[in-house]
Write a protein that binds this ligand. Structure first.
Ligand SMILES: [Zn+2]
Length: 276
């Protein structure tokens, strides 16, 4: 194991109260899960304090939008998603909480705790295409016998949100966001971001990193977590794999359902999805 690794986040900070927010790159050194030092570039002592707090609280990766979201959102809603091939299945998005009450939600894009620092969904809901949703119910049933439920961070994501991420992100940071010209597996209703919670307490199970943490601790093969954290991650990965979900190597929480190529990119908003 490496003696230490570096984490990185980009966070908006104010140099003084009421001042203009600016993006800064925050780096810190992680040694045996303990943050022992940090290097913040081009920031004041006050910002250094922000950097420490941010690092200790499993940072949310954030960027300063290149234009205000109030300007970008109407443009994204008017834009046209990539054309379907023509041989995709008819979409059939299902709301997870209607299938099983042990799906718990923590929909970050309906809060400010996301990459753009502002709510992007008007509703905190989670949908998947029916076969993926039904496979996820089987995962939940298997984990329930071991005392765990599933905590959902995100499922189907309307295409305009992917477009909004792209347009808001400075071009030199485009590697961190999905290209709207392709559309993502989330846009096809076949990707899910999730973790475990303890059925007895309702509390999230500790994993090697926080959700959407842009550090090596988020990697599926990161070996620096505690034994309990690594075991929880393996339990989730194995239960998901048995039902056809593949974990993304860079994000332990992201899983693609095997049939995702059969579904078109969709752009319907949560509030417009018909109730089933
Ligand atoms: Zn994801």
């Amino acid at each position: 194991m490496e003696p230490f690794s570096y984490g990185q986040a980009i966070r908006r900070v104010r140099a003084k109260p009421g001042g203009e927010e600016r993006p800064v790159v925050i780096l810190w050194k992680i040694y045996m899960q303990t943050i022992v030092s940090k290097i913040a570039t081009g920031v004041t002592a006050m910002t250094m304090m922000t950097a420490v707090a941010c690092a200790q609280a499993a940072p949310v990766f954030q960027i300063q939008p290149v234009k205000p979201l109030a300007t970008l959102l109407p443009e994204a809603l008017r834009a046209t998603p990539p054309a379907p091939r023509g041989d995709e299945r008819q979409p059939d998005l299902v709301e997870l909480t209607t299938l099983d009450p042990d799906f718990h939600l923590d929909i970050r894009y309906a809060t400010s705790r996301n990459i753009l620092g502002e709510p992007l969904y008007s509703q905190a809901r989670a949908f998947l295409e029916r076969p993926a949703a039904e496979a996820l119910v089987r995962v939940l049933k298997a984990l329930r016998t071991q005392g765990y439920g599933l905590l959902i961070f995100d499922g189907y994501r309307p295409w305009y949100v992917t477009k909004l991420f792209w347009d808001a992100t400075p071009p030199d940071k485009h590697m961190f966001v999905a290209d709207p010209a392709q559309g993502s597996v989330h846009n096809r209703g076949c990707a899910v971001d999730l973790s475990l919670y303890d059925l007895k307490t309702g509390q999230p199970v500790e994993m090697p990193s926080g959700y959407d943490e842009m550090t090596r601790r988020a990697y599926a093969d990161y070996a620096g977590g505690t034994e309990a954290q690594n075991a929880a991650r393996a339990l989730l990965r194995d239960a998901m794999a048995r039902e056809g979900f593949t974990q993304l190597p860079e994000e332990w929480w992201h899983f693609d359902y095997r049939d995702w190529r059969l579904y078109p990119v969709q752009n319907i908003r949560f509030e417009d999805i018909p109730a089933k």
